[in-house]
Design a protein. Sequence first.
Length: 366
Amino acid sequence: MKDNIALKLVFRSLLNMVISAVLSAFSLYILLGFGMWLIDNVRPMRVLYQFVNSIVDGRQLLPIAGSVFLFFVFYIILQWSLFHYLGQMNKTVRGIADGTYDMDYQIEVRKRNIFGPMAANMNSLAGRLHHALVEERKAEQTKNELITNVSHDLRTPLTSVLGYLGLIEQDRYRDEVELRHYVQIAYEKSMRLNVLINDLFEYTRMRHDTTALKVTNFNLIEMLGQLLVQFRLPLEEAGMQSKLVTDKTSVMIKGDAAKLVRVFENLIVNAMNYGRDGKQVVVTVQLEGSAAVIEVINFGEPIPMMDIPHIFERFYRVDKSRTQWSGGSGLGLAIVKGIVEKHEGTISVTSDSEQTAFRITLPIIN
């Protein structure tokens, strides 16, 4: 009964009929009393009454006609007060539909009116439609930006590949050394294209939640230790060292080990690219409640404060002077965030003149 407007309307209409009958009877009683007083004290009224009574039986017809007339007058007034609000709601909805009002325009909600809950529901519906419209526009804008950025990032290396292969095809090289040089450049550009395309596919899968996690239980400390061993040679070539800092020997995590390896690989590579001047990459692990907190720290140039809020956005590069040849695809950190969130974790970054730290929290197995 609480949300059944149809039953409420039936009940309210019956109530209005009862109220109208009571009001009409009370009003007729007063009017008849006043009328009899007029007939007894005002001669013209007495003459008029005698004339009407000579034509019809006024004693029966007038009370009946008066009561019916008063009943309908009161009933129409009561029903009008009930349905007038519905008319206002319809006018507002029509205004939203034809563009007179914005999609987020709110109908006045009258809590004591039967149609009050309907108005609240319509406001909620309008709000959801407005939100859906805004999200659709954002999605369209994101798609356009994605196409523009992908086209730009793919076109340049592809143009270089075609250019150098064209020189080889036309035999426009002096000797075998120059030929091998052209082949090497074309190969590097092709590898660059491969990285871009793989990152784009991974990012798209993460965005649309089509990547199934291969969940297993594994030791996070052991995984990070092995990962730093694998990076020892690249770090030495970059003039850097690595260190794992933790007082734990075993921190069990439930998740997709391969994808989490990619997360930490990306962060270590990022530390190598941007923190080379600091000569060191430090990975720390500690427990906070039921979560493992992992920090990947480098001591190079800090990230500008204006860039930190956008660091995990796709195609965002901190160093605007870096070209696509020396920088990443711009999707790495966006992919990292997606993987961490799929594991019900969080990722954030802090940066100052001393260090830059990427902080990841992941739930552990108790």
